[in-house]
Design a protein around this ligand. Structure first.
Ligand SMILES: C[S@@+](CC[C@H](N)C(=O)[O-])C[C@H]1O[C@@H](n2cnc3c(N)ncnc32)[C@H](O)[C@@H]1O
Length: 266
């Protein structure tokens, strides 16, 4: 059996960012499941994401099933959920819409962590929706019952809550096409393109999300949108141009600009 030390050495040589951590998790997974440790290490050497190899990604309190065809949820998105929970008003059954929901990381976390929020999750990719439904099925019953899944473009669903939503949240695609060479092999080769690319300045989908939110939100409702660490000024400008007020930008736990919030005026 390959040792953690040898696996870590090979992963480091292959350019993996956290070789010791990945080596430990892969060998632990092999021991727990009977999978071939050599095959797992070789796949990670070829830069298949760790989460695809072990089959899940930890995100806040959830273990989300992930694999080919769905974006792997990132730790930096966890603070976005905090912002949503902080913006949910203190009334029974607040409404939250998660646009571009992927595996369900944000929307399912809100349903899991809030005792009564009703959550609409909207995702355009059929494969991503399959992973999302699987993750929804793993939530406790009362949380599951408060979630509606829409396999649709962000502009097409939900159709029955215009002007009634308390919080719209999104972690949309936001990588600019010219940033292609800055993206790690795990991301470029294994996260779906539809989850990443968003036009020349990376703001194409953020612009659509902001427009859509102005329709969905009730007066006083809040929009929360994740962006890249290079969009800490341009994303708030999109919010302000759409007429949102109290617009502010926020840092993630590593101190980088990460998401914008704004309010629909009353
Ligand atoms: C960066 S991923 C984020 C996924 C998830 N929210 C998360 O934080 O892990 C963006 C997601 O948006 C979806 N998407 C892209 N364009 C969309 C559109 N026009 N309407 C709905 N979903 C879209 C992609 O398929 C992908 O799952």
């Amino acid at each position: 059996m390959i040792t953690i030390r040898e696996a870590a050495r090979r992963l480091a040589a292959a350019g993996v960012a956290s070789p010791e951590n990945d080596a430990r998790l892969l060998l632990r997974h092999a021991e727990a499941t009977g999978a071939d440790p050599e095959a797992l290490v070789a796949a990670r050497e070829s830069r298949v994401p760790l989460q695809h190899l072990v089959g899940s990604a930890g995100f806040r309190y959830l273990d989300l099933a992930v694999g080919p065809g769905v974006f792997v949820p990132r730790p930096e998105t966890e603070v976005v959920v905090e912002a949503v929970l902080a913006a949910i008003p203190d009334h029974p059954q607040p409404r939250v819409v998660d646009l571009c929901a992927g595996s369900g990381a944000i929307g399912l976390s809100v349903a899991h962590e809030h005792p009564s929020a009703r959550v609409d999750v909207v995702e355009v990719s059929e494969t991503a929706v399959e992973w999302l439904r699987r993750n929804l099925g793993a939530l406790r019953d009362d949380a599951q019952e408060r979630v509606r899944v829409h396999h649709a473009d962000l502009e097409a669903a939900p159709t029955d809550v215009d002007g009634q939503v308390d919080v719209v949240v999104s972690n949309p695609p936001y990588v600019a096409l010219h940033e292609r060479d800055l993206v790690d092999a795990e991301v470029k080769d294994h996260d779906p393109g539809v989850a990443l690319w968003a036009g020349e300045d990376g703001l194409d989908v953020i612009r659509r999300v902001v427009q859509r939110a102005t329709v969905l939100l009730r007066p006083g409702g809040v929009l929360v949108v994740e962006h890249s660490d290079r969009q800490g000024e341009s994303a708030p400008e999109v919010f302000a141009a759409a007429g949102l007020v109290a617009v502010s930008d926020h840092l993630d736990l590593t101190g980088r600009p990460r998401f914008t919030t704004g309010t629909r005026p009353s």
